[in-house]
Ligand binder design. Structure first.
Ligand SMILES: [Zn+2]
Ligand SMILES: [Zn+2]
Length: 342
């Protein structure tokens, strides 16, 4: 199979991912082999490739937003059928035994392994994954549309859950990239009003197009007072803005895994009146199942830009430069016609 392999971390401008020919991996008894249709690209891939994250496995195939079809099943796999379409996300495996797993917080598992970091991911034509950590996919969403839901979508969805936003409430969103553009559609589908803060005029326009009641900058005063807020942008100072803005009893959830320093909070303005602040760490399988169900029902439409597998270095560079419209997706099938007899 063809794969874009990372052996040496380097700035993406140096094209560190190398096109290689590898043996198609064999699934172990609890695993499935999937033929990859698409794989979304994500900032975490960029951090893996460039060395902001230490390598857990070397060499490694990055990529953790995989859509594919079951090509082969391990001896003990009964939950999925051959040819079934599945999705694979960042959470590759959890132990099921630690205190976090036992209470349903597998996103906090002490022994968790991650796709495209601890195990080979989706920048390839095939991948093996544990059957219990792949998601059967709903009809009605194409392989290209689903890919961005599997990381950006799921993590933002968990933030939406932790914000405890109720139907009919007003939700503020800070930042409007891949994750927000999925989750605004979920929130609107639940009958919420959404206001959006973004520095980018283009993102504000997209937010209005998708149904935001209002979109502006943090220097402007929105027409509605939100009950809840989700901060997608990795900018610590926004925490103060959001906590001050939300109504009494309001919740602010942070969808970003990395965050610049959060400035000092003032008890009276930022926390009093039972305001809550939540952070998000990865996501559980249950989050994935719920998002995919809700996304299919809305239905959520993702904006994507498709690249061939061999174009992965360039796609990551465009991501780094914020030059991708919507979410970037690799499509192994869209590459050279030499890859025919599988
Ligand atoms: Zn665990
Ligand atoms: Zn990701």
């Amino acid at each position: 199979m063809k794969a874009m392999l990372l052996s040496r971390q380097a700035p993406v401008e140096e094209a560190p991912l190398e096109l290689v020919e590898m043996a198609v991996p064999e699934p172990r008894e609890d695993e499935i082999l999937i033929r990859i249709l698409t794989c979304g690209i994500c900032h975490t891939d960029l951090h893996t490739v460039e060395g902001d994250l230490p390598l857990h496995k070397s060499p490694v195939i990055p990529g953790h937003q995989i859509v594919g079809v079951v090509e082969k099943r391990g001896a003990r796999v009964e939950s999925l059928g051959l040819g079934e379409r599945v999705g694979v996300a960042w959470l590759h495996w959890t132990c099921g035994k630690c205190r976090y797993c036992l209470r349903g917080d597998e996103n906090l598992c002490e022994n968790a392994r991650f796709t495209g970091w601890d195990a080979d991911g989706g920048y390839a034509e095939f991948a093996v994954v544990p059957a219990h950590f792949s998601y059967p996919l709903p009809e009605g969403l194409s392989a290209v549309e689903v890919a961005p839901l599997l990381c950006a979508g799921i993590v933002g969805f968990r933030a939406l859950k932790l914000s405890e936003v109720l139907p009919g409430e007003t939700l503020a969103m800070y930042g409007f990239g891949a994750s927000a553009h999925v989750n605004i559609q979920i929130a609107l589908g639940r009958g919420c009003r959404v206001i959006v803060f973004s520095r980018s005029a283009e993102h504000r326009r997209l937010a209005r197009d998708l149904g935001a009641t209002w979109a502006g900058t943090i220097e402007e005063k929105p027409p509605l007072r939100p009950e809840r807020a989700v901060i997608f942008a990795p900018a610590g100072p926004l925490v103060r803005h959001a906590l001050e803005l939300v109504d009494k009893g309001g919740t602010v959830a942070l969808a970003s895994i990395h965050m610049t320093p959060v400035p000092e909070l003032n008890y009276e303005t930022h926390l009093y009146n039972e305001k809550r602040l939540r952070s998000v760490t990865a996501a559980t399988r249950q989050d994935g199942v719920e998002l995919l169900r809700e996304a299919a029902a809305v239905p959520v439409r993702t904006r994507t830009e498709v690249f061939s597998l061999t174009d992965a270095n360039r796609a990551l560079w465009l991501l780094k430069e914020s030059k991708i419209n919507g979410a970037g997706v690799l499509e192994p099938g869209s590459q050279s016609p030499t890859v025919k007899d599988r």
